[in-house]
Design a protein. Structure first.
Length: 196
């Protein structure tokens, strides 16, 4: 019941360590179905009941929603990455799941302030793709970096700035609001937002 020759992956999925993922393929309560991982059956659905076969790995982590028919895996780990196949009758759907570490939370500091411009630096504690966004438009971007600086000119002080730290699974952002009063170093308030 794994990925047979000629069968294509229907969808690529991503998740983060400690997170949750729902596989799109449904097995309804009136159907008999199977969930396999890398060709090994890990669970079955029969007569509206879930039977977890690989209990030492998936017990308390694998769920099946009777209403939607969808499988959900919780407390994801790196070694959960791989091909999952949902089969019901003659229909099977394969999904390639990749698990990543959570994106680091960015922090913003002012590294230089004058009456005409401000240099804002976005920093993270482990490498990530970093972006500076002004009024929904990307101003600066770098891959696999620990910091990224953007120059804010006096005429742009009323714009909205956002720093994002991203990986393929998620991104975390910091909004920099009310950039003003450069000479007195009183120019921003931070609000943290997490996007999954």
């Amino acid at each position: 019941l794994g990925l047979s020759a000629g069968q294509e992956v229907k969808e690529n999925l991503t998740g983060t360590v400690g997170g949750t993922v729902t596989l799109p393929g449904a097995v309804t309560e009136t159907e008999t179905g199977f969930l396999s991982y890398k060709g090994t059956i890990i669970a079955s659905v029969f007569n509206g009941e879930l039977n977890i076969i690989i209990k030492n790995i998936y017990q308390n982590r694998l769920q099946w929603n009777r209403s939607s028919g969808l499988f959900k895996i919780t407390n994801l780990q790196r070694n959960d990455s791989g091909i999952y196949t949902v089969q019901r009758g003659e229909i099977s759907s394969a999904y390639n799941l990749q698990i990543y570490d959570p994106a680091p939370t960015p922090a913003v500091t002012a590294v230089d302030v004058t009456s005409d411009l401000c240099l804002l630096t976005c920093s993270v504690d482990k490498p990530a793709t970093l972006l500076w966004i002004r009024d929904q438009e990307i101003q600066n971007q770098i891959r696999s970096a620990l910091s990224l600086t953007v120059t804010v000119h006096k005429e742009d002080r009323d714009s909205s700035y956002r720093c994002a730290a991203a990986n393929p699974a998620e991104n975390k952002t910091v909004d920099v609001d009310n950039i003003q009063n450069y000479s007195q170093h009183m120019f921003y308030f931070l609000q943290f937002h997490l996007f999954w």
